[in-house]
Design a protein around this ligand. Sequence first.
Ligand SMILES: Nc1ncnc2c1ncn2[C@@H]1O[C@H](COP(=O)(O)OP(=O)(O)OP(=O)(O)O)[C@@H](O)[C@H]1O
Length: 241
Amino acid sequence: MSEAIEVRDLVVRRGKKTVLDGFSCVIPRGSVTGLLGPSGSGKTTLMRAVVGVQIVASGTVTVLGHPAGSTPLRRRIGYLTQAPSVYADLTVAENARYFASLYGLKAAAADEAVEAVGLTAARGQLVANLSGGQRSRASLACAIVSRPELLVLDEPTVGQDPVLRDELWDHFRRLAADGATVLVSSHVMDEANRCDRLLLIREGALIADDTPAGVKAAAGVDDLDQAFLNLIRRQEEEVAA
Ligand SMILES: Nc1ncnc2c1ncn2[C@@H]1O[C@H](COP(=O)(O)OP(=O)(O)OP(=O)(O)O)[C@@H](O)[C@H]1O
């Protein structure tokens, strides 16, 4: 089976709002797929449905061949939320080693994850004393420590400087080259160019599902920022017509 994620006719309501309204997409294994869209368009909600923590009204989400949220998936998925989920009163290394121990892994796996996110120099520091960007990377280290088959990352590079962003993206690409599937949300278009595929969401609907080159070709421009603006305007015109 080549797809990592298959979403069919997904409807999700949060509060009074229908956030995803009959949303469908397929995400191939071993790829980096970027999830893009305006703030509030439903990116986090879709990610929550994929990792199985979102109540859905109808539709199906199949992940690595199993229903999202089912027991066989627990050890196979890594999820980075926007709010860092690490213990403030432990050091970076202690956090990573704790998460490694949950998966029966040794300290070496934890140290490798800390290095991958560029935190080796800060490994002995309490998370409480880290900057926001460092804390977010500590959280990322814990999400990748088990080398999950599917990594779901909600804006992992927010607050990172350009050099670190570049290194993190190199790491995502290496994970995909080793067979992992990476689903990553972002607002940064130069990051979108580094994805194999892009899903553009607007108001809970999919308005593009293509390679970066395909998105640009469909919009008739050579710049992703402009391509997305064109596609959004085109969709608005279609809705108005
Ligand atoms: N707990 C909640 N209760 C009610 N509505 C919610 C809740 N969480 C999110 N929403 C609404 O669902 C919609 C989609 O939110 P979501 O967080 O999925 O968007 P997003 O695309 O990830 O946005 P951002 O880029 O700002 O993170 C928004 O209109 C938001 O207000």
